[in-house]
Design a protein around this ligand. Sequence first.
Ligand SMILES: Nc1ncnc2c1ncn2[C@@H]1O[C@H](COP(=O)(O)OP(=O)(O)OP(=O)(O)O)[C@@H](O)[C@H]1O
Length: 227
Amino acid sequence: MSETILDLKNAAIYQRESLILSEVDVTVNKGEFVYLIGKTGTGKSSFMKTLYGDLPLTEGEGTIVDYNLRTLKEKDIPYLRRKLGVVFQDFKLLTDRNIKNNLLFVLKATGWKDQKAIEHKIDEVLDKVGMKSKGFKYPYQLSGGEQQRVAIARALLNDPELILADEPTGNLDTQTSVEVMEVLQEISKNGNTILMATHDYALLLKYPSKTLKCDGQRVFEVVQKSV
Ligand SMILES: Nc1ncnc2c1ncn2[C@@H]1O[C@H](COP(=O)(O)OP(=O)(O)OP(=O)(O)O)[C@@H](O)[C@H]1O
């Protein structure tokens, strides 16, 4: 039986008092790779933000990695985010420290203490994204694609049950987007569940998968051919 990682029922997504999406029914099961597409301003980021607790869910039902989004408290958010790996368009790496120390910062902040385990974990995630030899570099010494690979490594640190990637290739050229996508595909093949917002339709064609579309304040599943 498939395990549900994300389940929204009749949910409404708001930015303050503006309704962005309504009657949202979305289920993501363990191991799925799901795209969230839609024109600019249709609510992809607002949808993602609701999932990682940046926007409150005030209407409908929503559970994500066993958290109830309707009853989510401010103090729960760091724990929810530990079970999620969030990847952003602009990487959000700390510019004042090298890659290993970027990852170390997250591990320390999430309670890791054992030095051996920390080193092993950092090597493991950098290896997964093909960046093991570049841990000593600073973000500004890396290309956009490399920085995004590090951001993906960072998202993997706490073995997330769901990876939320909001336009992860939005700042990258076509070739680099494909390289980052290959990394996400590899991670997906290893059993990770991924929800990726994108407006890059070429990637959808190259790597077909379940696709949700934001349009007219609704979210619905589309069949690939009609995308
Ligand atoms: N902080 C905010 N306060 C108020 N309204 C906002 C805020 N952020 C976004 N919106 C509005 O919410 C709507 C959806 O925006 P959102 O960023 O979710 O769309 P999107 O599909 O992610 O767009 P893009 O592809 O450009 O990132 C837009 O009309 C936008 O103007």
